[in-house]
Design a protein around this ligand. Structure first.
Ligand code: AMP
Length: 538
């Protein structure tokens, strides 16, 4: 049938224009590295995002070009989140926690043309500058110091714009953003998001039965804007007009609590490690911070312990558990309680809240094991496969043939789950050989290869062991060559020379042999079983 609805693109200028028209006086607050507060309104944000869009265009950025950011969460990052996509370019957020060599690889692989970087992160950029070919480097001077030669000032860059700017035509399937994620083997993999995916994801995530975000909210995303789009919250905030509070680089409990209280935050979001620290501080000094009663904490990126949900409840704050992936823009589930929830006994309620939540609308899920598709019975385990309008269908220029998608178009999440009759997903294991520490990935395989490059090491297998603060930390199981006497400290130093500090295994266990599967791979399940109660020292 013809004659239905307009062909109107689902693109990010729609969200920016809506915010500019309707949310002018709403606030955006950012904490700078020196802890002073930068405060402006949506009207300022709107004007500056458009100036940046114009300035980027004048500077030669074309549709499809990548503009990289190396930044903490703050107002200028938000400006680029919209400015680059709104001229058809692609914002590529670089993960500042990675090793400089890995960042260089990612910049080159993505073919980033320009970089916008925080002044406080220039020392990091300078560690990989010689390995990349960035045309222009624009610096946000959060600390206000002088600029060295070769760098441009962000504010001066904005001043090249006149305010006379029109959005170019953008196809909703064009890329608007990019983010790299760790691969189990080989190099990091790039995920490119389309405007359509981001817009539809934004609409879905804000919905009452997903994260329930509206203009009444004051939102503080601790989750970095360089990791999986800050779970889409920057876009959700701007679409709804929520007041935004950006924490900058200070993510410790004391600083976060101060900001949560000062700005009367109603909803915050981050990985469990952040909230474990916050909980301890609050339990120690419950009356010190004047937080909004009932403040919501969105927890994801790693499994949220049930105890965390209970203990925050005791203090009067509500944990909402969710699950997602970089490849999913990133949100896949939300744990918002159903109406039937109130009739359940308390223990059952907590058990359910510690699950990863129920699928969002349009996120199709199936659980596959050796017997085929598993029933949603809360017991039968299998690999979770997903598909939907904000789920990647490939990696950007993959180096190897993609193995993450089934022939019939489902994405392999690498998470092992059960789904119950009500649709609650529970992650029970992971097929991907990676360790998630404090919300960021460590590659077991990279560590193993490096360790096995040590002349005294015959074999090395790295597994995750539970850690109170970081959730998971790497433990290396090492077989030493006959007659050699290398110590754990020497191996740790060897690793520290090659990787960022937080990748160094917390402990090295010297073992007689590493169990192998019939095909010669490490039998990690046996090692994980053997070391399941392993106590790390710190
Ligand atoms: P990333 O792409 O870095 O966001 O990582 C996505 C992966 O993190 C998922 O495939 C899971 O393995 C893990 N993950 C994310 N959220 C949760 C959660 N709520 N509980 C357990 N694991 C999670």
């Amino acid at each position: 049938m013809r004659g239905t609805i307009m062909d109107y693109p689902l693109t990010l200028p729609g969200i920016l224009e809506h915010a500019g028209r309707l949310f002018g006086p709403h606030e955006i607050v950012s904490r700078r590295p020196d802890k002073s507060i930068h405060r402006y309104t949506y009207a300022d944000f709107y004007r500056r995002a458009r100036l940046l869009a114009e300035a980027l265009t004048k500077a030669g950025i074309e549709p499809g070009d990548r503009v990289a950011t190396l930044m903490w969460n703050h107002y200028a990052h938000l400006e680029i989140y919209f400015a680059a996509p709104c001229i058809g370019a692609v914002i590529h957020t670089l993960n500042l926690r990675l090793h400089p060599d890995d960042i260089a690889y990612i910049v080159n692989h993505a073919e980033d043309r320009y970089l916008i970087v925080d002044d406080v992160l220039l020392p990091l950029y300078e560690q990989f500058r010689d390995q990349v070919d960035i045309e222009r480097v624009v610096v946000v001077r959060l600390d206000g110091g002088d600029l060295a030669e070769g760098y441009e000032d962000y504010e001066a860059f904005l001043e090249t714009a006149t305010g006379d700017f029109d959005y170019p035509a953008i196809d909703e399937y064009d890329a608007c953003g990019m983010c790299y994620t760790s691969g189990t083997t080989g190099r990091p993999k790039g995920v490119a998001y389309s405007h359509r995916a981001v817009v539809v994801h934004t609409l879905a995530v804000a919905a009452p039965d997903v994260f329930d975000i509206s203009m009444k909210e004051t939102l503080l995303p601790v989750v970095p804007m360089f990791h999986a789009n800050a779970w889409g919250l920057a876009y959700v905030a701007v679409m709804t007009g929520a007041k935004i509070v950006f924490p900058g680089p200070h993510l410790d409990a004391e600083n976060l609590l101060g900001l949560l209280a000062d700005e009367q935050v109603t909803m915050t979001a981050g990985v469990p490690t952040v909230w474990l620290a916050l909980l301890q501080a609050l339990q120690k000094e419950p009356d010190r911070w004047d937080l909004v009663p009932g403040m919501r904490l969105l927890v994801g990126g790693a499994a949220c312990p049930e105890s965390l949900i209970r203990e925050f409840d005791d203090l009067g704050y509500t944990v909402l558990h969710a699950w997602g992936m970089t490849e999913m823009t990133p949100v896949g589930t939300s744990g918002i309680p159903t109406p039937a929830f109130a009739d359940l006994d308390e223990d059952t309620q907590y058990e359910i809240r510690a699950k990863q939540g129920r699928p969002l609308p349009f996120v199709d899920m199936r659980v596959i094991n050796d017997d085929g598709e598993a029933p949603w019975d809360g017991e039968t385990m299998g690999e979770l496969q997903v598909r939907g309008p904000w789920i990647a269908d490939s990696y950007h220029n993959p180096e190897e043939p993609p193995t993450s998608w089934t022939n019939d178009g489902w994405f392999h999440t690498g998470d092992v789950v059960t789904i119950d009759a009500d649709g609650y997903v529970k992650i029970t294991d992971r097929t991907k050989d990676l360790i998630k520490s404090g919300g960021e990935w460590i590659s077991s395989v990279d560590l193993e290869n490096a360790l096995m490059g040590h002349p005294d090491v015959r074999e090395a297998a790295v597994i995750a062991v539970a850690h109170e603060k970081w959730q998971e930390r790497p433990l290396a199981c090492v077989v030493i060559e006959d007659g050699k006497e290398t110590t754990a400290e020497q191996l740790q130093e060897f690793i520290a020379e090659r990787f960022v500090k937080w990748w160094v295994p917390d402990a090295i266990e010297f073992v007689e042999e590493i169990p192998h599967t019939s095909t010669g791979k490490f039998l990690k399940t046996a090692l994980r079983e053997r070391f399941k109660d392993y106590k790390l020292e710190s």
